[in-house]
Ligand binder design. Structure first.
Ligand code: F6R
Length: 364
């Protein structure tokens, strides 16, 4: 049942404040000292490294997690798409924690990669939405994301709930390995708890996207740029746009722009920059100026401070609530989804059943 929404995808986008809070409630405990990760049968001191394997949007959630684990917990993380990982036959050191992320829990390549890791990795963790799935059954530890049934082929709420679980794991790892103290742990967990409210505030401004998406719907090509943990979000924005609106879109790390893609820039290629106020913001602004100097049109997604610093020459702006940079990738998933959704609706494509795509890819 779509409720009052035109599509399942719209319903699932709008469910995110609720389901993210629900997911978080399963992975947190609150005591007199504040909010902490809930105890899990998982001790990161037992592992030297983490290998995350997944496909599509779930892979991009894993890629965000790589930034989190490396920055906060100082743990090395390898991330790969399952179809490459399984045939690459990588050597696996014994103190490896293998993490498989899958909404459906049935993706053939992800399952095959999991089977490859059996007997090689010290432990296999499945982060899934469907708890009765093959990946759940074959994992040593199952961490459900609690997103509820996802029907729209384009993954939305599963992505933000995957990120939520991975963020809690990164904080847990950092605390267990002594990289952060209790105060920092509390601050990071509190930052996570602000996201559902920020998502709701952002969703309340959705109607402002109409004019922007009407312009995007006329584009042949769109570029998405982001730095650090926002780079996977740029990839996710491009993936969502291409899969439901059929507009060619590419995500790039902002710093890679001058190594090739800048050749594409002219006034017909909108460039969507995802840049919350964070320590890398000024670098992204200079990349933006490189685009504008070549006649490119910038759509900037940032908070009030970032928008004010970016200057007057950007083509369009989307203002997001200001959050701790740690959790910005979760919040910025929502405008990425909304841009794809409204552009697709403007074009009249089949949003919930895009051509050539299946919800669960059970063949390789
Ligand atoms: C994109 C999308 C796909 C899936 C991918 C993995 O919107 O939905 O890229 O993320 O097919 O599926 P799961 O998570 O079920 O393994």
């Amino acid at each position: 049942d779509k409720g009052s929404h035109k599509h399942f995808m719209a319903k699932e986008i709008h469910e995110q404040p609720t389901v993210m809070a629900y997911a978080l409630s399963h992975y947190t405990v609150t005591d007199a000292n504040g909010v902490k990760p809930a105890p899990l049968a998982l001790d990161f001191r037992d592992y030297d490294r983490v290998v995350i394997v997944a496909c599509g949007t779930a892979y991009l959630a894993g890629m965000v997690a790589k930034y989190w684990f490396e920055q906060i917990a100082r743990m090395p993380v390898e991330i790969d798409v399952a179809s490459e990982f399984r045939y690459r036959e990588p050597p696996v050191s014994p103190r490896t924690l293998a993490v498989f992320v899958s909404q459906s829990g049935e993706t053939a390549d992800t399952l095959a990669a999991l089977r490859y890791m059996k007997g090689k990795a010290a432990r296999i963790v499945g982060i899934v939405n469907v708890s009765e799935s093959s990946i759940a059954r074959e994992s040593d530890l199952v961490l459900p994301i609690h997103a509820g049934v996802e029907i729209g082929v384009a993954s939305t709420k599963a992505f933000t709930c995957q990120l939520t679980v991975l963020a809690v794991l990164a904080v847990m790892a950092a605390r267990q390995t002594g990289q952060i103290d209790a105060a920092r742990e509390g601050a990071l967990m509190s930052a996570l708890e602000t996201v559902p409210g920020a998502m709701a505030d952002l969703l309340a401004t959705e109607s402002r996207l109409g004019a922007i998406c009407w312009e995007l719907s006329k584009a042949q090509d769109v570029l998405f740029l982001g730095r650090g943990a926002m780079y996977p979000l740029a990839l996710e924005g491009a993936l969502k746009l291409k899969e439901i609106s059929y507009i060619h879109a590419e995500g790039y790390a902002s710093g890679e722009l001058k190594h090739g893609p800048i050749a594409l820039i002219d006034e017909t290629v909108p460039v969507i920059v995802m840049a919350p106020t964070d320590p890398l913001f000024d670098k992204t602004v200079s990349n933006m100026h490189e685009v504008m100097a070549r006649g490119g049109r910038i759509l900037l997604l940032s908070d009030e401070t970032g928008l004010a610093h970016a200057g007057q020459d950007v083509w369009e702006r989307i203002r997001l609530p200001r959050v701790d940079p740690f959790v910005a990738p979760i919040l910025y998933a929502v405008p990425a989804q909304l841009l794809a959704y409204h552009t697709a609706v403007t074009k009249g494509t089949d949003v919930d059943q895009p051509r050539n795509l299946a919800k669960s890819v059970t063949v390789e």
